[in-house]
Write a protein that binds this ligand. Structure first.
Ligand code: BTN
Length: 257
């Protein structure tokens, strides 16, 4: 059961969740939602466009009993959003590393997992989700930067409260998998992000490895078999991106960014 806090117009639901944690009143599972955000944020400090009533802006407080691998939480968040938008009727949605929810090359939703003052024994996370629900237009500066879409532009007529209900349900199921069945979570992630097909290109700060997927594990990392047949393992926290190799993508596949 989630306690639900509705903030009307606020800076950022992730910020409201952290404020509750810092003042000692937060509980695991608390859900912070807003009608609009004035300082909604995305990954890499990018702003998250949060117009009144047209998107779902939601953050969940997580006090996991056992410290999870951060990559497993990130994957669970992305998969939960993907499950939710598919359940609402958008079968064509897919995941792009690490947890962007895309339709074709347009971004539909994103997930931001944050931790503050990380205590390794009792980590506290806030998992924030933004889903574009009813926007018919986006600000020019955002549209100029990247391709974006919403449920309504994809001909899915769901209300924001309906999207919230479905999301919370799917999030509970995926977060339970983080502890109970991380192998299944990793398999589902690889499939949803198209990592289980064709040649991949994985980049870290230091190298670029091209190869086919051997295994994806939140503990062991991403293992690819390179052109010489050698298995190459990459720690997930070091991965900057992984997607279809450009040659496979131009042969008809879809690159994953
Ligand atoms: C991304 O860059 O893809 C992540 C976007 C996350 C946006 C959501 S909206 C609700 C929550 N509050 C925030 O300030 N950000 C997240």
């Amino acid at each position: 059961m989630h306690r639900r806090f509705h903030h009307g117009v606020t800076d950022s639901t992730n910020e409201r969740a952290f404020a509750a944690i810092e003042s000692g009143v937060a509980r695991h599972g608390d859900l912070h939602v807003a009608h609009a955000q004035t300082a909604g944020r995305g990954r890499f400090g990018r702003p998250w466009h949060s117009a009144p009533g047209s998107g779902l802006y939601a953050s969940v407080v997580l006090f996991p009993a056992t410290p999870p691998r951060p990559a497993a939480l990130t994957a669970a968040g992305g998969l939960a959003v993907l499950d939710a938008v598919r359940a609402l009727g958008l079968a064509a949605a897919r995941l792009a590393w690490p947890n962007d929810v895309m339709v074709g090359d347009a971004k539909l939703a994103g997930v931001l997992v944050e931790a503050r003052g990380l205590d390794p024994v009792r980590p506290r996370y806030v998992l924030g989700v933004g889903i574009n629900v009813a926007q018919r237009r986006f600000p020019d500066e955002l549209a100029a930067e990247r391709s974006v879409t919403s449920l309504v532009l994809q001909r899915v007529t769901a209300s924001v409260p309906e999207a919230e209900r479905v999301l919370v349900d799917r999030l509970d199921a995926r977060l339970a998998q983080v502890a109970a069945d991380p192998e299944r979570l990793a398999r589902d992630y690889a499939e949803a992000a198209g990592l289980d097909r064709g040649r991949l290109c994985a980049r870290t700060a230091d190298e670029e490895i091209t190869g086919e997927l051997v295994a994806l594990s939140f503990e062991e990392g991403l293992t690819l078999r390179d052109a010489s047949g050698r298995p190459r393992r990459i720690v997930l926290e070091l991965l900057r991106s992984v997607g279809r190799s450009p040659r496979d993508a131009s042969a008809g596949g879809r690159p994953i960014r």
